[in-house]
Design a protein around this ligand. Structure first.
Ligand SMILES: Cc1cc2nc3c(=O)[nH]c(=O)nc-3n(C[C@H](O)[C@H](O)[C@H](O)COP(=O)(O)OP(=O)(O)OC[C@H]3O[C@@H](n4cnc5c(N)ncnc54)[C@H](O)[C@@H]3O)c2cc1C
Length: 492
């Protein structure tokens, strides 16, 4: 009889772990509290609009291709990818907007415009980033991070300096470029990793390689197509996915998980449990105290990635001057970052991001309409009230209208806000975090919360709060890494 694996949560990490474990011959059941799979990447429809609720940037297409290839499939078996050009646009002020072209010659020409003579330095920067991407994605992200010894190989130790683990991304970028707008462009991708460029190791210029060289893509129909593809694959592999089952307890008599129990009063026997739900929730809410991996103090001392205030909006006219991805950097990033990380509070003058997928994809909005997704990064764990959300809606919409030169508010026919309280109720997110734990130096690799419970011999964790970190590609890899550890120990 195949060993039974219970996976808690149907986010990318849970679905990835489930697919790998089913392919390894385990009997896998995924339990998901929500009625739609995909976790933070769920989708919903309202008033003729279709909204992706979380991720909107499809980066590192090679990771998705490798994921499906592991099962003899291709991305194109499940969804149709388009490369965006321009990749995105950055606004620095009224009439001051930088369109970031997808093709290298056009990008070099743009760098020359902002900083004459910068092409050789851009090439050097990207060549180093390519090396980091290759080593980072082939070596580091696939390590389980259980022990420092995994990194004690001379090749890796010597590469740490070339990988620039011990200098910050900000210093690295500033050593090569002087133009503030180019610096912001090169510093922006690491914001995805949940920390500032000053706190992020320069290793993560690998994200610039992902951005500039590998490109920004979009699955037609929305990011949820990835979830649909993974669910279809999981079912082909024999995984059962039970929606609307919220795990309330992992039974661990004598340090061995035997079953999980859901709020809906179902019991599921388990030989191994993979917790793909938020780590803190699993540790603190689903386990007896003696089996918890970390203390509350430990969690309070972690640097979380930001939470977000989001608005999903339907607009009953076409909008000008907006691309698929739009970053508004017209205010001071340093101050906003301080208000996220140093003195957590609602931002005085927030930077924000607007996605308008209807620019690329007619299926996400009715004809003649636009689909808008607004995101303001904010500190986790701060007060979240309807009044605060309304205030920021006005602040951002006023700026968006002024910068893009059009009235938008009077054309809004659908609007929904989403912030801390929703992240907590929908995903049990610690402090209402949106995307997990920040990738600071002290929260990298073996210094992240471990993917294995120390007191329960058959309980593992996957997802954006453990190795390798936040984002869709790392979550996919996290599921793969945890499945490999389980197969080593419990496989045939
Ligand atoms: C607003 C936003 C924008 C983002 N943008 C991007 C982007 O553009 N590109 C990118 O790469 N990444 C982006 N991210 C990050 C990315 O979406 C996440 O890192 C990734 O989806 C996390 O996957 P996961 O499987 O770790 O967690 P989750 O997706 O949160 O999955 C965990 C699942 O566990 C379930 N669960 C929780 N508790 C229980 C329980 N007790 N019982 C059963 N089930 C439970 C939850 O409902 C959830 O479905 C974004 C995230 C957010 C929120």
């Amino acid at each position: 009889m195949a060993k039974k694996i219970i996976v808690i949560g149907s986010g990318f990490a849970g679905l990835s772990a489930a697919c790998h474990l089913a392919a390894d011959g385990f009997d896998v059941t995924v339990l998901e509290k929500n009625t739609v799979p995909g976790g933070r990447a769920r989708q919903y429809a309202a008033e003729g609009f279709t909204f992706d609720m979380g991720p909107s940037w499809y980066w590192m297409p090679d990771v998705f291709e490798q994921f499906f290839a592991h099962f003899g499939k291709k991305v194109s078996d499940y969804y149709d990818l388009q490369r965006l050009d321009p990749s995105y646009v950055v606004w620095f002020g009224p009439n001051d907007r930088m369109e970031v072209p997808a093709q290298m010659p056009a990008l070099e020409a743009m760098f020359e415009q902002y900083e004459p003579g910068s092409t050789p330095r851009l090439r050097q920067f990207l060549a180093e980033a390519a090396y980091k991407y290759q080593v980072g994605m082939q070596e580091f992200v696939h390590k389980p991070g259980l022990s420092l010894l995994e990194f004690a190989d001379w090749r890796i130790v010597t590469s740490l300096f070339r990988l620039q683990m011990f200098t910050s991304l900000s210093k690295h970028v500033r050593s090569l470029f002087k133009n503030e707008k180019l610096i912001q462009l090169l510093e922006f991708p690491v914001l995805f990793l949940g920390a500032t460029p000053q706190k992020t190791p320069a290793l993560y210029s690998l994200m610039n390689y992902a951005d500039i060289v590998l490109g920004t893509w979009y699955p037609m129909g929305g990011m949820f197509k990835i979830v649909e593809g993974m669910v279809a694959l999981a079912k082909e592999l024999g995984v059962r996915i039970e929606l609307g089952q919220e795990v309330s307890l992992i039974a661990t008599p004598n340090g061995h998980a035997t079953k999980v129990i859901t709020k809906q009063n179902h019991e599921y026997a388990a030989d191994v449990v993979v917790a793909g739900a938020d780590y803190h929730h699993v540790d603190k809410q689903l386990l007896d105290q003696q089996y918890q991996n970390y203390s509350e103090q430990y969690w309070q001392n972690r640097t979380l990635a930001p939470s977000s205030l989001l608005f999903y909006m339907g607009i009953n006219k076409r909008l000008k001057n907006l691309e698929h991805h739009n970053l508004f950097f017209d205010e001071d990033l340093a101050q906003h970052a301080r208000e996220i990380y140093t003195t957590p509070q609602w931002p005085t003058k927030p930077l924000f991001y607007v996605s308008m997928p209807s620019k690329t994809d007619p299926s996400v909005a009715p004809p003649g309409c636009e689909n808008l997704f607004l995101l303001i990064p904010v500190a986790p764990g701060i007060e979240d009230t309807p009044q605060i959300r309304d205030h920021y809606y006005d602040v951002i919409m006023e700026r968006l209208e002024r910068l893009t030169g059009q009235d938008i508010r009077s054309a809004v026919i659908y609007k929904r806000s989403y912030a801390h309280a929703d992240f907590i109720s929908d995903y049990h997110a610690f402090k209402g975090n949106a995307y997990g734990l920040a990738n600071t130096l002290l929260q990298t690799a073996f210094l992240k919360p471990k993917l294995k419970n120390r007191h329960v011999d058959n309980l593992y964790y996957a997802g954006q709060l453990t190795t390798p970190g936040p984002g869709v590609p790392p979550s996919l890899i996290s599921g793969q890494v945890v499945a490999r550890e389980i197969a080593k120990k419990f496989g045939p």
